[in-house]
Design a protein. Structure first.
Length: 429
């Protein structure tokens, strides 16, 4: 195979592909990227792992038309899922045994306080990620399974963990600490960690670029509104506050999560409604938010129902928007000066009514949305505020996979170009 040409400044790195894996409890999403031009070579998803109705969707992007192939039937576990994905990639001439593969980048949800940067995974790193399972019981076990599976597939390759919490580790102590007894909190590592950090990092940087400034020159509020949703206040490129906490339950109203709630509601549900801890967990994480309020968690469906005059859907929308407004106001106060409010993720990128309603009435904060610009559909970063507005309002599509690939490739590439072994187990700086 002809080695891929190496770009100036990137020294001896020959292998320039990165596989990004996002392993959930019953799904694996993957993307193979060519870091020469940061393009996608293939994307795919294996879902319902372990069930009879497992399904793999694989789309090669190297040819002209991107045609998705589908495989159905039981895929027993994560190892089988990755093996099936590898077969699909091999069928496109993109086999994971290729010497062109430089690294596998893993999304890892919880990195605690230890992991502030992308990190090459060693046994010791994996043990540390395991130690964090009590604070991320839904996410870290699946991430660990994904890592072990990928290690078995390519034991010779650097596997890099990119943590959802890392971007938020710059939060000052007064923002990260809950006002509860310090000894109890510390004994159980109870504090605000924040999530979606890869997205907040990427989007805040892109927003600065859109404004023609460096990240250090701007203060931005990022609203990541997907099925999960979180806000962050980013001052001069560093996160100073974010809405998710010990777990992704805190903060904004989400698709199925309540967001902020009086903690006494949980005692009340236990004492008065006789619910178990697990039942309350399911209620607040899976049966609340937009779904709990109106029976739908998809913003498209909620808007359709509102257009038909559905009052429950309208109230759910108003509650969702009211919470967003409170966070925009709070984060304006935290930052002191705001240069941009940026919408991203499924709802943020696509729902003009949510953007319009969240910014409506905030003229005193310098925030205005131009109806014409807001109505434009585009996959590009764009401003939706008029020229005269004091604070920019923007839509910036997020790209967590690209960010993970960039971070993993930079970590591996820097070490190699310096003629070093990849710094296995060390944090990047
Ligand atoms: P994410 O978690 O970022 O993939 O976002 C998923 C959510 O985005 C869905 O549950 C929908 O609520 C929302 N969404 C996706 N497409 C649209 C759209 N065209 N209009 C409004 N909401 C959308």
């Amino acid at each position: 195979m002809t080695p891929t040409p190496v770009k100036e400044g990137s020294a001896a790195v020959q292998a320039r592909r990165v596989l990004v894996l996002n392993s959930g409890s019953s799904s694996v999403k993957y993307q193979l990227l060519d870091m020469n031009d940061r393009s996608r070579l293939a994307i795919g998803l294996v879902e319902r792992i372990g069930e009879e109705t497992s399904r793999l969707l694989h789309t090669p992007l190297t040819g002209g038309d991107a045609e998705t192939r589908e495989r159905t039937g039981r895929i027993a576990d994560h190892a089988a899922a990755l093996k099936t994905a590898a077969e699909e990639l091999a069928a496109d001439g993109l086999g994971l045994d290729s010497p062109e593969l430089a690294a596998i980048g893993h999304r890892v949800v919880h990195g605690g306080l230890r992991f502030t940067r992308p990190t090459v995974i060693t046994d010791e790193v994996l043990t540390e990620i395991e130690r964090l399972v009590p604070v991320a019981p839904l996410h870290n076990p699946a991430n660990i399974t994904g890592i072990r599976t990928a290690q078995a597939l390519r034991p010779d390759l650097p596997q890099v963990a990119v943590f959802d919490t890392a971007f938020h580790t710059t939060m000052p102590e007064y923002a990260a600490r809950y006002a509860i007894d310090v000894e109890t909190a510390d004994a159980h590592r109870i504090r605000r960690y924040g999530f979606h950090g890869t997205s907040h990092a990427y989007v805040s940087r892109k927003a600065a670029e859109l404004l023609g400034r460096t990240p250090e020159e701007v203060n931005v509020i990022v609203l990541h509104l997907g099925n999960g949703a979180s806000a962050s206040a980013v001052a001069a490129g560093r996160c100073v506050e974010t809405s998710m906490g010990l777990t992704p339950l805190e903060g904004l109203v989400m698709g199925t999560r309540s967001g902020d709630i009086d903690p006494a509601v949980t005692f009340h549900l236990k004492r008065v409604a006789g619910m178990s801890t697990d039942e309350i967990d399911v209620l607040l994480n899976k049966r609340s938010g937009l779904l709990g309020l109106c029976g739908d968690n998809d913003m498209r469906e909620i808007r359709r129902r509102i257009d038909e005059g559905d009052e429950r859907a309208a109230l759910a929308f108003d509650i969702y928007v009211h919470r967003l407004k409170k966070y925009i106001g709070a984060y304006s106060a935290v930052l002191g000066r705001v240069d941009a409010v940026v919408f991203t993720a499924g709802v943020g990128e696509n729902s003009a009514p949510v953007r319009e309603a969240a910014i409506a009435g905030l003229e005193e904060l310098g925030l205005v949305v131009d109806a014409g610009l807001n109505a434009v559909r585009s996959g590009e970063p764009r401003l939706i505020s008029p020229n005269y507005a004091r604070v920019a309002v923007a839509v910036v599509p997020t790209d967590e996979e690209l960010e993970i690939a960039d971070q993993a490739f930079a970590l591996v590439g820097r070490a190699e170009s310096a003629g070093q072994e990849v710094p296995v187990g060390q944090v990047d700086n």
